[in-house]
Design a protein around this ligand. Structure first.
Ligand code: CO8
Length: 259
């Protein structure tokens, strides 16, 4: 197992939990933290013992954004040549297994963007979401203007991005950003429970379901529906489809074998 200094990792059954761990900086997402997160995500995605991944932070902050102190002196040529954001930040979007963000406290700027790159957000009652980059003389740079707008619509996205206003968990749930709200003490347990449910299902079906839903963000309705139909049809080539349907007919729980 790799040595990490800015994240903590543990397995809970077949669910991998990655905890962002820079408490003194409210989990500000510096380059090293993002490198470590990417490495952990790639490792878990390749590990057949892992069915789902949870990313969480601390009670006070999921992440208070990209590391402002690390960014402040950067120049355009430097961020351009380094592909700042691209390489390091998009690792989570390449993961085939479901990734669940368990958010307590602040999810601001790059922290909100990281949560939105995950497949689902479970929020503690204490969660606060925002894109306050405008206060710093910049704009969201890791997909915030795009993913937030698709998730909650133009009216609220403009409100947040132009004014730096934060949204609490209730507003985020009402607006469609968040799947569930739970008491702060339960946020990781709830996300792990979802991961465990996923672990009991057929991995090829889970991966295709995730890919198909994500396709809705990338393409037209007609293309998305066509993609879904092909994926649905392809699943008839799996043993798990035969098992799942036989188990239903025989009134017994299915025993999926991920093939
Ligand atoms: N970067 C660096 N350090 C931070 C950050 C951050 N984003 N957020 C907090 N910290 C540090 C503080 O500087 C402070 O450190 P120190 O004790 O050494 O002074 C420590 O964390 C605790 O913070 P506060 O004392 O400010 O704690 P409060 O409880 O008073 O306030 C807040 C909490 C409201 C969350 C406040 O810290 C805050 O406003 N933070 C900044 C939020 C922000 O602007 N986020 C957006 C950052 S820009 C961004 O994310 C761009 C994304 C672009 C894509 C990604 C590219 C890599």
């Amino acid at each position: 197992m790799a040595e990490y200094t800015m994240i903590l990792t543990e397995m809970q059954g077949r669910v991998a939990v990655i905890r962002l761990n820079r408490p003194k900086a409210l989990n500000a997402l510096c380059d090293q933290l993002m490198e470590e997160l990417g490495q952990a995500l790639r490792g878990y995605d390749a590990d057949p013992g892992v069915a789902a991944i949870v990313i969480t932070g601390s009670e006070k902050a999921f992440a208070a954004g990209a590391d402002i102190k690390e960014m402040q002196s950067r120049t355009y040529p430097a961020v351009y040549l380094d592909d700042f954001i691209g390489k390091r930040w998009e690792a989570v979007t390449y993961v085939q297994k479901p990734v669940i963000a368990a958010v307590a406290g602040y999810a601001l700027g790059g922290g909100c963007e990281l949560a939105m790159m995950c497949d689902m957000i479970i929020a503690a009652e204490t969660a606060k979401f925002g894109q306050p980059e405008i206060n710093l003389g910049v704009i969201p740079g890791a997909g915030g203007t795009q993913r937030l707008t698709r998730a909650i619509g133009k009216a609220k996205a403009m409100d947040l991005v132009l004014t730096a206003r934060m949204m609490d968990a209730n507003e985020a749930e009402r607006s469609g950003l968040v799947a569930r709200i739970v008491p702060a003490a339960d946020v990781v347990a709830e996300a792990v429970k979802i991961g465990e449910k996923i672990a009991s299902l057929s991995a090829p079906a889970v991966a295709m379901a995730k890919e198909a839903v994500n396709r809705a963000f990338e393409t037209t309705l007609a293309e998305g529906v066509k993609f879904e139909r092909r994926a649905f049809q392809a699943l008839f080539s799996t043993e798990d489809q035969k098992e799942g349907m036989a188990a239903f007919a025989e009134k017994r729980p299915p025993a999926f074998r991920n093939r």
